[in-house]
Design a protein around this ligand. Sequence first.
Ligand code: C2E
Ligand code: CA
Ligand code: CA
Length: 642
Amino acid sequence: MRKEVSSLREPIRVLVVDDELAVRESYALIFNESNRHENENIKGMRSRLFGEQAMTSTQVIGEKSNEYFIVKFCSGAEAAVKACQLAFEKNERFNVMFIDMRMPPGPDGLWAAEKIRAIDGDIEIVFCTAFSDVDVETISRRVPPADKLFYLQKPFSSHAVRALAIALGHKWSAHRRIAKLAYFDALTGLPNRNLFNDQLAMVIDRAIVQNSKFAVLYFDLDNFKRVNDTLGHAVGDELLCTLSERILDLLAKDGLAKQKPILAESKVIFGRMSGDEFVVLLNDISSVEEVRLLASRLVSAMQQPVMLSLHHVMTTTSVGVAVYPTNGESAEQLFRNADLAMYCAKRQGPGRIAFFEDAMNEDGLRRLTLEAGLREALANNELQLYYQPQFNINDSTIEGFEALLRWNSADYGSISPAEFIPLAEETGLILQLGKWVLRTACEQMKRWCDQGLCTGRIAVNVSALQLAQADFLETVISTLRDTGLSAHFLEIEVTETILMSDEARSIAVCARLRDIGVSVAIDDFGTGYSSLSRLRNFAVDRIKIDRSFLQDMHNNNEDRILCNAIIRMGQTLGLKVVAEGVENFSQLLLLQEEKCELAQGYLFAKPLTVFDAEQLLQKDVEARDLTRTRRMAVLIAKPQAL
Ligand code: C2E
Ligand code: CA
Ligand code: CA
């Protein structure tokens, strides 16, 4: 059909289905012409066919119309179904169909409409009939939705046909535009999360019926944030577009997807979930290998350098895979598990693929939520330091405190450091937390000194990552300077394993700390199986016997011998020895017998709040003149906190 030059609009695609040639010809006239110069013959024919008064073309379409139509004519129901199918496949879908109700001897209009509706849910259908016996209810039930069904009674007026075609064509386009905004990502043109979810629901329904399997592959760029931050959002956007094109090309090359958008029935659906997260759904899979192959082809395609207009960028992508139904039966489960697997892939390094395993579930979910919470914890004031005293068991005085971190989360309750410290270490958050701990502990100790309550040292735990920082010593020095605490009040606790993992560096750091007056304690001593003699090389002041050795000390002779050996060796090297985790008097007695000088544990006090620690310090000052045993009694009679 002819395209009107003035038209900027999309053409309205019309399908006309009628078994009578004459009727089809009239439709042709209505749509074909711009109808300005209709000749008299045609007018006559029109008047015969439609039983209407001859009209001038201007009366038909108004002054000027910039609509134009692409019309396909079919003479029977079967041909109409075929035409619709073809148009759908070519993505040249009809907007409106005018269909004759009765087309004997072939199937009728209702039959065709049902089939066509199954192919294309959006087409606007106009039933044309010379009879008034149309059963609207039955039709609506068989060809839903009712708001896409219309009825024209023959003989109809040509302007009614044309006006209806225009109105329905516009309605169709408006719906498409709305759907596009709601369902497609504006940047890449890919299906967005909404559409993907809808499609996923359909795929699940189909998989249930067909007993088939499919996989959800969750992609996340590893360094997108850096690209965005350093090169700007425009470059970030360009990168996302280029990568999504690259995926589309690869899918098309594999014959998995022919056109975009790629939707429910196809072998793959590809969408953008948000930011730098994409999802590929691989339908009807026969093996996990098939999925792995596609995932690795996509990962390697993504890591080829990307030439953007001004920059060359290298990116890698991590992929998490969840397979239906093994890894989830609902869209939500599948997404969550693919996302978790992706998170695990990321932790293995850039450009990895991980398939979901059940073990990831609870563990991973909790980790994910805790990690997110921990990032906010400092800002939300959810972190606190508690202080656990160390006692000199020879003269019953307080020798110092160990600062222990507590996280009381508004969302997850109180979380043990045994759980969140390793998480903070893995995510690198420990650097930020560690600085806060050091500063807060030093400030507190300075306050106690200023109040005349200062006794011994404040011990601060330091993790491997902190110690490995080039500026670790600077941080210690500047914290002491900023808080005004003298260096000899501070002790750094490092575990044996950390110290021995990079021995040369540890030796140097310990020596520097001693130079500036800060002491060092080796934490959890005895668990790292390092040779005791190597300790000689370290400028450490104290070793803390791990509490596992004390637990069974009174029953287990080996533990007792080991404790004894550590104490002796410490004394020989001129180190102070602290026994950790002293919970009862029999342990205390044994330690006294072994001539261990220092002890820390629930028997004396649990880690205390600032308030309780202060009360204890006060008592310590007041009890100075009492005898050793009396002092012990006073100090051990709690206040106690967690
Ligand atoms: P740790 O450094 O070995 O700290 C001693 C742990 O033993 C503390 O656990 C303390 O509450 C507990 N404890 C003390 N006396 C007893 C006792 O008599 N019986 C028993 N069963 N336990 C006792 P907490 O506070 O849960 O801390 C656990 C670990 O978390 C610490 O072990 C330390 O490795 C880490 N941590 C705590 N705070 C920090 C921190 O600020 N920075 C770093 N890097 N790690 C920290
Ligand atoms: Ca410690
Ligand atoms: Ca310890």
